[in-house]
Design a protein around this ligand. Structure first.
Ligand code: ZN
Ligand code: ZN
Length: 357
């Protein structure tokens, strides 16, 4: 109930009577309900979970603290009745999660209630993970690493990128994952210069690099790891680029501390890549939070959204990469928790360059 208490404090500070939770992930975070559709209504006195007929039983089982109501035929009429009953004059809605069309519909239908677009109220709570959440993330990370190891130990030249992705999915589900956290990235040879390349029928050749970016969902929480490998053999240039990326990763992991902004954190890796003359090939942010969603706050990047200082309890990935068009690329990603003194690593697998043969 700490989460609800925190949200109610936000409502009070913003002089808002009620808050409508439209985001599936935010609803799961607040209520425990994990169905794919549902609406939450939070006021200082009430917690109302509105679901359709498919989800009544599940909602009652999962959302103990909430009153579960079955949605009538017309959602707007239903909401108008409930809001009137609860005395909600101002209603916060999740501006980033409600479509413009839905917003218009609500505004037209909910006369008598003033809609207040809000941003990041629940996400702002989710950014600091409690110990239960960290434990869940740690479990997901560990499962993801086990599955990756099982698959990678069997990879040889001759296999296709798509076979690797299929094997990862199959093993993840078999090991108890609910799903993969995102579409697995598998790129080989010159395709390793594509930071988000999707797996193809391309056959791995000896002497090539291979990058796998993979995550699982376990108990609602995500993992996210990237490794670049050498297939059969590797040359000095591949080793050199790998060493530079690993250096940037380790430098960032060492330097990042609470109080630092996401922009400053990003710069720690850039500095190291600059020394290696490779910074122009680092074309994305350094990292992101991971929790119920695989990409959430904070951001470690040179962007406006990354100005918030890091705080203990946040999770961040560190994932520097170098992508040289026509040649290939390297990325090394791990997940960390921000502690009082610095970062604590949730991963256990080696980051040294591994030659698969
Ligand atoms: Zn990743
Ligand atoms: Zn990531």
């Amino acid at each position: 109930m700490k989460r609800i208490e925190n949200l109610r404090n936000i409502l009070e500070r913003n002089r808002t009577d009620g808050f409508m939770v439209s985001s599936k992930v935010n609803l799961a975070y607040l209520s425990g309900f994990t169905g794919s559709s549902g609406l939450g209504l939070v006021t200082q006195q009430e917690l109302l979970l509105i679901v359709d007929g498919r989800y009544v039983e599940q909602a009652e089982k999962q959302a103990h603290a909430w009153t579960v109501e079955r949605l009538g035929d017309d959602v707007i009429v239903f909401l108008r009745d409930r809001l009137a009953l609860l005395g909600v004059k101002t209603l916060g809605i999740e501006a980033e999660r409600v479509s413009q069309a839905k917003y218009e519909e609500l505004r037209a239908g909910l006369d008598g209630t003033q809609l207040m677009p809000t941003r990041g109220w629940v996400e702002g709570l989710r950014v600091i993970k409690d110990t239960t959440e960290i434990a869940a993330i740690e479990k997901a990370v560990s499962l993801g690493e086990d599955v990756l190891e099982q698959v990678v130990s069997g990879i040889r030249a001759g296999i296709t990128e798509r076979e690797i992705a299929a094997e990862l999915y199959f093993r993840a589900m078999k090991a108890g994952a609910e799903a993969t956290a995102f579409e697995t990235i598998v790129v080989s040879g010159p395709r390793t210069s594509l930071p988000h390349g999707m797996p193809t029928e391309r056959v791995l050749q000896p002497g090539e690099l291979l990058t796998i970016d993979f995550g699982v969902i376990l108990d609602g929480y995500c993992s996210d790891i990237t490794r670049t490998y050498a297939v059969g053999d590797c040359d000095s240039r591949q080793r050199e680029v790998y060493k530079a990326v690993l250096g940037a990763h380790l430098a960032a992991a060492e330097a990042i501390k609470p109080g630092m902004t996401g922009v400053e954190a990003y710069e720690t890796a850039v500095k190291t890549l600059q020394e290696a003359g490779l910074h122009e090939y680092f074309v994305h942010g350094l990292g992101h939070g991971v929790g119920l969603e695989v990409h959430e706050a904070p951001r470690l990047a040179r962007s406006k959204g990354a100005e918030r200082p890091l705080e203990p309890g946040m999770t961040v990935t560190i994932e520097p990469g170098v992508y040289i068009p026509g040649w290939g690329g390297v990325r090394i990603e791990d997940l960390y928790v921000v502690k009082d003194t610095g970062l604590s690593d949730l991963n256990h697998s080696s980051r040294e360059l591994r030659v698969l043969c």
